[in-house]
Design a protein around this ligand. Sequence first.
Ligand code: NAD
Length: 248
Amino acid sequence: NQLADKVALVTGASSGIGKAMALFYAREGAKVVVSDIAEDKGQQVVEEITRMGSEAIFVKADVSNPQDCEQLVQQTVNVFGRLDIAFNNAGIGGESNPVGDMSIEGWQKVININLNSVFYCMHYQIRQMLQNGGGAIVNNSSILGQVGFANSSGYVAAKHGVVGLTKTGALEYASKGIRINAIGPAFINTPLITNLGEETLQALVKMHPIGRLGEAEEVAELVVWLSSPKASFVNGAYYAVDGAYLSQ
Ligand code: NAD
């Protein structure tokens, strides 16, 4: 139980990587705040954690709305008294089009949900963490926080932005006991991509030297470590978890 007595918040925790992460934090002994816009599926994650004998609550929050992000941290403190760990993970795939055809709305939507949200969340999380003497934040970027991907300009720009925000936050709060890191998963077997159809999925598999897609649990293993005291000297870093995708 690496995270006994810690309070951990996960956004986008109703599905995929966020759900896996909520379960991992609970397994490591943390009290977990499961947050998402998808309420029913989020409540199911809470029930699963309760069945494991751990504590969790669901808080509905749209991370593209700053008031929701503020209220999410407030609810966390109201119920569990503090905030030690945050995994800023909620995100969407966004519109698929080259820059000349990408709609203005499509661009703004993915920047709001995948980038602005991380700033809003960090803004309120950091203020709270300073009050309880420190903490650890992990932001879910992507391999597309390091390289481009055709027809995904908004997503790629947002994920690169998350890496910049992570590094800058780490510089600002390193001396105050808050560590802020980013992770870069390659394509992971979650509803975000499994809706793409068999042909596209096979093409994606071929892009990974390891010869398969990743699993949410393989990402969660990295995030647990980054969130734990074992990673005490790791700060402002970007860790790929990508089956060698970025080594090409
Ligand atoms: P997913 O679709 O399974 O889960 C995403 C969750 O985010 C959903 O439960 C959804 O309801 C929630 N969400 C969407 N918009 C939201 C909003 N405005 N406010 C709050 N919650 C919202 O997808 P996933 O693959 O688990 O993705 C999680 C994160 O991982 C995303 O940031 C994604 O960009 C990133 N990522 C995914 C992959 C991949 O291949 N699956 C690869 C790299 C990075």
